[in-house]
Structure formats: C-alpha cells, structure tokens
Design a protein around this ligand. Sequence first.
Ligand code: BES
Ligand code: MN
Ligand code: ZN
Length: 490
Amino acid sequence: MRISFSSASIETVEADVLIAFAPEKKEQPLAAHLAGLNQATGGWLDEIYASGEFSGKAYETALLHRPQGLKAKRLLVVGAGPADKFDDALLSRATGAAIRAARKNASFALYLPDATPEQGKAAAEGAVLGEWEPTRYRTKDETKPIEALIVVSPSSDGHAIEAALERGRIIAESANFTRDVATEPPNVLGPQELAQRARDMAAEQGLQCEVLDQEQMREIGMGSLLAVAAGSVRPPALIILRYRPANEPASQDHLGLVGKGVTFDTGGISIKSAENMDKMKYDMCGGAAMIGTMRALAQLKPRIPVTAFIPTVENMPGGAAMRPGDIVTSLSGKTVEVLNTDAEGRLILNDAITYAKRQGCTHLVDAATLTGACVVALGHIYTGVFSNNSTFEDRFLSFAKTAGEKMWPFPVDDEFRELLKSPFADIANIGGRWGGAITAAYFLKEFAEDTPWIHLDIAGTASYDDGKPWAAKGASGIPVRTLVELAMSW
Ligand code: BES
Ligand code: MN
Ligand code: ZN
C-alpha cells in the first residue's frame, strides 16, 4: 500500500473510497467537517443517523455510492464511538475496520481534519494491519492488495505527517511480517525454517544474523533448551539478530529481546488434549514478534544497540523426549526438575535469557505465549506484563499505551518463589494450579536475576481466534508496536 499525505479539500480528493469518522451522536450538532460532508451529500449523514442505519458505534460502517458534490466514488462513514473516547488507538483500529469493510476497492482517502503526526502514524498502522489477510494457502483466493491510501488533512503540517505515515507503515508492515511467519502451519515451519526466515529478513534489511545449532548449544551448555528439543526429529536453533546504531550510542545500554519460538507445542510426554491443539502452531508468536521488531528497527534505526534471541524448538513426545521427573542443567548452572513437559516455554527462555545477559544485554524484554493461566486472567484482550524493575515496567506500560497495545501488570512477588521449590533440584518448572502466569514469570525472573527485565505473556493476545472488525483471523503481530516504541524512545 502506498501511503501519502494531501492537503486537498475533501470535495476534490479522488479515490475509490473516501473514509470519514463519525461519532456516536447524542442530539449534538455535527462537527464542522461532518456538517460539510452532510451538506455535500444532500443531508445523507442526517438521514442515516435519523433512520438508525448508523449510530456511530465504534467500527460500524455505512457506504454511499456516487456521493454528489465529491470527486471520490464512494463515501464510507465509520463509527468512532463516543467522541471523548476517540484516541489514537481507536483511530488506528477504526482505520483498519474501514479498509476491511471496503476491501474490494483499490484506492482509499482518509479524511482527518487537523491531523497530528501521532494520528497519521496510527492511521497508517491501522490501514496496513487491516489490509493483512492469511491468503497464502487459499488456492482460489481473490484478495487483491490495496494500492493507495491518501491521508487528507487540509490544515496540517504535511512534512511531519508524511514522516509519521512512513513510520507507521514500516511498523505495521513489520507486524504483518510477524503475522505471516506466525500463521504458517507447523508442518511448513519448524525451527530450521523459522531460522531461515530470520536469515532472509536480516539479509534484506542489513542486519547481522547468527544461528546456533544443536551442537553449538550443547558445547555452551544449554541443557534446558536442548531437553525440550529432544522429543522432536526437527533440530532446535538459537536465532540471534543484531542491530547496531551507526553512531556511538550515548549510554552503555543494550536492549535484549527474547522470544519464545516453539513451532508446535504438543505438550510433549505431558501431552495436551486434542481440542484446540492446532492453535499451538502459534506457540512461536513471541519469537516471530522479535524477528518482526528487528525488521522495523533495521529501518527506523534507534539510538541503542538491540539484539534479539529466539530459542526455537518443536515440543514433541518422541522416544528421546524429556520425561516428567527429569532434571536438566541450564546454561546458568541452575538445575531444573521437569514436573510437566508442557511447561516447555520457560525451559527454552531461561537459557536464552542467560545467554542474552552474557552477550552484554543490560535490559531484557521477553515475549512468550507462556500460560493458559494468563488467558484465564486477562482474556484475549490484554497482554500480561511482569517485571523485576518497577521503573522499567512503568515506562514500558506507557509505551504500550502509546502504541495502542493493551497490557496489564501482574505482581511478581517473592512469596511466589516457594511454589517453585523442588526437593531434588534448584527449581521446579511448574508451581501448581494457582497463579500460574505469575509462577511462570517467577521462574524466568530467577534467570534474569538483577538485570532489568520485562516478561510479556502473550498467550491470549498473539492470535485472534475470530476475526475482528480491524483484523483478520490469525496472528495479531502483538507486541511489535510496543517494542518498536520502546527502542525508538530510548
Ligand atoms: N503454549 C502453552 C501456553 C498456551 C496456552 C498458549 C493456551 C496459548 C494458549 C504453554 O507451553 C503451556 O502449555 N503452558 C501450560 C503450563 C502448565 C503445564 C504449568 C499451561 O498453561 O497449561
Ligand atoms: Mn506447553
Ligand atoms: Zn508452549
């Protein structure tokens, strides 16, 4: 999608579809720009509000063909919800919903009176995310790419908006890259294939990519990660992507991104039930998000070094698989008693976290589809946030808000430590039924130690079970936007 800015008047802009947002109207007069549209269309807006066809509820749409008084071929009015709740996050989703509602058209114009750069970025992101469809394996698919989006804002600073549109496009295209990779079926994409996607992306974007193989990981001592891989015929990998700023950075900070890359999670010997097991192809969404984030950073060039570490394995119940009761020695030297082979994510993340620290990372963020318990707590709406550093966590939560990704903090209280006690090893890999998202996070904290660290449990938010008005079914690309915001604001 080509995205551009225009300060043309709304009557003269040419497009297949002109999009305008209209709020939930409670007997108030229409805002000036909508009053103008209403007049140009001979009172069409008044009519659809009055008839109840359109109430302005968020994501609701109404389409008018051949609007009199406009050059555009169609006018699409999109509900913005209550005016006082229409923030950049909603603007982004409503733009996506508009694109999806009129997906058969090639060119769009979006009318945003007095747009700020932040609004431009949000709109570009929403449009590109909204365009995404998992079409790769549909042999009769007729979905066509959208050619153009013109953001029309008569009285805005064109240069600032253009730059913001460009940033939004890059970020959302990178999130869509994540969604493409993460939605691949598990027969097509195993650990080696995920590594190849990372290599290809790195070559395209000018990043450095290194992939540690099973033998190298054995020599280093990643006994925890390798135990998870043992049940599969597909060998594991540790994918490392490096971004370095061109100029000497102002501080010694080095951001490490760690993403869970389980390309399929059967549960292993502690096997899962059949229902919904297909969803476990999404168990590499954290890893795919880190690869997508690096793709965006390669183009946006933050001021700090960023390195991504993606431990990738397939969790299978093969003859060589790890068993409940096994004790493994992690890279850190800590021993782990495996009480449930389905708690495998933490067993690969711990070694990647230790490795990231040894590579010089001063701050860590990990993203993982880690626990069903997090989905019980926050549903499919919020990502769980866990940290050992409240300053870092508060900053992170504010970036999530700016980026339009919903996140909520959990307490990683030291009282949870005793739930992970093992009689035979330093730590057990599960903590019992209650507080499962927190004990999983606590397990990781034991390996992050005193390095400022944030853990994102994206089990509920990494993929959409059903489509949304603003997004297709499949991987969501969360938390790429927040991670980019974090790195760019450093
Ligand atoms: N990948 C799953 C978590 C998950 C569950 C992601 C549902 C998305 C949707 C993870 O590896 C897992 O199996 N976790 C277990 C942990 C338990 C054995 C302590 C879980 O949540 O049941
Ligand atoms: Mn599991
Ligand atoms: Zn898993």
